[in-house]
Write a new protein. Structure first.
Lengths: 243, 243
């Protein structure tokens, strides 16, 4: 039996400020649970129906879990049709690694949860280890972002900081922005370590950050759309630079 | 003054079946209205506040419009915070062009509105003229899809048909699918005319369609994510094939 206080606490984790106060977030569904169980993230409590516990018994060893009926899962789930399992997981407290190798993504006010999750998944696909977000970016531990990462959030480091002062502190790192006046990405070679800056969905890069770019690149445009979705542009540039 | 019947009709256009019964859909916001005014789409009625009409007077010429106060716009808008304008637009009735040149996108049950809209925007960016969707794909004239296209829906032809019989009817067209066992897209050359098949977000391509592919391609994977978002994968492949 799950208590009213537990229900209230878990539902309140929908809210960013509440989440950050307790440093906890919610992970839901079979695929995501498999990912978090394999990760180094600290699981505080798993709430699961019988069927799920039977299936994953061998992986549960020292993990705290509570068997609940389906109607109780419905009370705590953020899904319309809940899956079999939900976990409350600790938000890791970590500083940006002091020395970053390879390519790091820098996100300037990405606001759409789906875009942030998709970009983290792109990072994971291309072996990019860190994503650094402006303070104004959407919170990575919201359920829509977590789901859109498809588990990549457990493998890619995601940090929030003041981007201008952070970039200024990293002298010797190539800073690559995107611009319609930039170099064609097919002919551009980057030098490690490098930052790839991705701008806000509607405003693009802020002038402040644009001024910090050592290079700008562009994706060839053959048709009439004025721009590409931020995550799609990130994917194309990462592929062009890294592959 | 807008009538109760008008409010009811416009709100009902949220529903796919109602939309298809009347062959009408809703377009909202300044940017989207600019796009539809420049397109060949038939505008049935524009509902706008004073400020918008003043700004766009010269472009309104023969277009039907009705001046409404903001509180009436709120009643018909699908946005939480409506913009200044909403239009009811005729869904164009058109058959798939009988001879397709270049690359055509074929979507096998894309279900997420954001993904469909983003893929249409990618098509428009790369000069792809047609997108052909399975009957089970999300409807392009829903508001989330329309918004995600950022206006590209007015320039790219979008059609729904039974994909298997359609592809079988187009002999001589190269059919390219994606597969983890496919050829590296960096080394793949396509031959016009060609179809690029994009699978469902969770299930990928159906076996039925996979069997029709003359070639399969893959995006190099350097990290650990199992897959990329469908729209991101489409963007990377289109860039690799067309640029």
């Amino acid at each position: 039996m799950i208590t009213k206080a537990q229900v209230k606490h878990i539902r309140s984790l929908d809210d960013k400020n509440y989440r950050r106060q307790f440093n906890e977030f919610v992970v839901e569904g079979e695929k995501m649970l498999s990912e978090v169980l394999r990760s180094g993230f600290e699981i505080l409590m798993i709430y699961a129906v019988d069927e799920w516990v039977e299936k994953y018994k061998s992986e549960l060893k020292n993990k705290p879990y509570q068997l609940i009926p389906y109607f109780e899962l419905e009370k705590i789930s953020q899904f319309k049709t809940p899956n079999q399992v939900l976990a409350v997981v600790k938000i890791p407290v970590a500083a940006i690694p002091s020395s970053l190798s390879g390519l790091t993504l820098i996100l300037d006010d990405i606001r759409d949860p789906g875009n942030l999750g998709t970009i983290i998944r792109i990072a994971d696909w291309f072996g990019i280890q860190n994503v650094i977000c402006s303070i104004g970016s959407v919170d990575v531990y919201g359920s829509k972002v977590i789901q859109a990462t498809m588990g990549s959030v457990f493998r890619v480091g995601v940090f929030y900081t003041d981007l201008k002062s952070y970039i200024l502190s990293q002298s010797g790192t190539q800073v690559i922005g995107t611009s319609l006046m930039g170099k064609d990405i097919r002919e551009f070679q980057y030098t490690e370590p490098a930052f790839l800056l991705i701008g806000n969905e509607s405003k693009g890069l802020s002038q402040e950050l644009e001024a910090l770019c050592s290079d700008t690149v562009k994706i060839p445009q053959l048709g009439q759309a004025e721009s590409l979705n931020a995550a799609v542009a990130t994917g194309i540039i990462c592929h062009a630079l890294l592959c």
